[in-house]
Ligand binder design. Sequence first.
Ligand code: XCC
Ligand code: SF4
Length: 628
Amino acid sequence: MAKEARGIDDLTMWDDAKAMLRKAEAEGIETVWDRLENQTPHCKFCESGLTCQKCVMGPCRIIPTNEKKARGVCGADADLTVARNFGRFVAAGAASHSDHGRDLVETLAAIGAGETTDYVIKDGDKLRRIAGELGIDVDGKEDKAVAAELADLFVRDYGFGANKKLAFLSRLPKQRLELWDKLGIAPRGVDWEVVEMMHRTHMGVDCDAVSICLHAARTSLSDGWGGSMIATEISDIVFGTPSPGKAEVNLGVLKQDHVNILVHGHSPIVSEMLLASARDPRFIQAAKSAGAEGINVAGLCCTGNELLMRQGVPLAGNHLMTELTIVTGAVDMMVVDYQCIMPSLVTIAQCYHTKFVSTSNKAHFTGAEHVEFTYRNAREKADQVVRMAIEAFTERDQSRVQIPEGPMSMMTGFSNEAILGALGGTPDPLIEAIKAGKVRGAVGIVGCNNPKLKQDYVHVNLAKELIKRDVLVLCTGCATSALGKAGLLMPEAAAEAGAGLRSVCESLGIPPVLHVGSCVDNARIIQLCAMLANALGVDISDLPVAASAPEWYSEKAAAIGMYAVASGIYTHLGLPPNITGSDTVTQLALGGLNDVVGAHFVVESDPVKAAELIDLRIQSKRVALGLE
Ligand code: XCC
Ligand code: SF4
């Protein structure tokens, strides 16, 4: 991107964001967009994946067109260098989701062992259903005993897996598992694949680009069908399986006369406990004594999605809104756990009265107040943090507060259980609607914001284009805030859909875009795809479905995209990963993978063109299934 200052209208499509960008400018607050401008142009070598610093014979910069510099000191060429970098990129993403999942396994185990009273089993039916599904005999056992056994099974999945295969691979269509076995990419253990990727990409181990890419697929699958799926299922068991409900989104969810606490990060373990304390009448009374009307908890990013799905807690915004929330001057406290928490937030918080509290022993922030949460002390710590927030409220300078008006309403809570419930208990009505062409296909729009793109513009316009074409959209993560703010998560948005999708939505009273959760909850989407494929007796790659991460930025998003593709789902990205320095890897990603796993990536930043490409794929799959 050329280094030229973009106007505020080019940075975001939203009025609430623009108002805060103006306020930030007036108050001399630096934001992510300022820093992007300062960092542009980026290093070309890094952008194309051609730098290597995996040993101290280097670092090396590979110049494929220069005979003398076409190889690093060890002899690695462009293909190998790009593949090794991409492999580690995916491994880091898989590690992040999976390490989050590990915290839930630990919590479930603690419940089973009676080591926590703060966390309990909220959905005992789901506990028993999942345990039964995975071969645990639940008859005559108490919830606690079942929890202990299930946690034990997941612990094995993190290591070697039972039979060196992840338990949830049992959900796959037979053809898919056979294909993975043939390719040698069926994931064996959640931690195993990540560690093996680190090993393979050490100097002098796996020195074949294609081989590394295949292991990148396997690593990502250990996330999708392992760490993320485990995180989602345990979160439902411990905090409740989401069911449809109403909520609100945008900066207007902040309240001038309330103590405003924002939760940011990913794990429901911290945010759920905080919410419980904030709803405690003792603290509401304390807030009133401090001059507030009450305590308002709102979410950001994925932990915001977790609370939104299960508790209807309002969503203040997505990734690029995190800094701007503080600029309102109305945030008394931001409580974070891990992932996607820009370190700049601490600096911005210091420009206001905002208390910034970190809670995880694996995510410290210089300048923050650290209050460590564990399953043994969580409620006590949450109480302490809420008291600190009330105290911070008394230091708020109301003359600096500016809250953009008017939150948007949205519907949320579409877990697979809820979707099946809405359909009457089986996927058959959805399959019938797909066969009849009323719903031509389904697309998961997921993932982040990236300041290189106009905030939420690609998300919103892609979704609008797809629903017009009778394609049902499912959304998670930071896409949720975008699509919610655009009004697409309301049943009324069915009016913007094609006639077929519109009739289906109207008869069920659902929006044409369904909110299915946080980013680990993308596991719900692949599980749903597997259910549909199994019901039709086909492979996932035969379904008229696709995935899209229009504005992605993170390693985690790369892992999600990779496991979607490896599961057989065609995947659109709004901008490319840093792989363009290798023709071999780029061609594999953009096409070659189709012959291997039945799906591939496509990169397109224009939402209308992206919708056309996705539509073509859906159409071809419909034809192949004999539906057209
Ligand atoms: Fe992060 Fe999950 Fe991306 Fe949002 S969508 S910017 S990864 S918070 Ni997961
Ligand atoms: Fe250079 Fe090879 Fe070392 Fe990488 S592993 S820094 S390419 S010598």
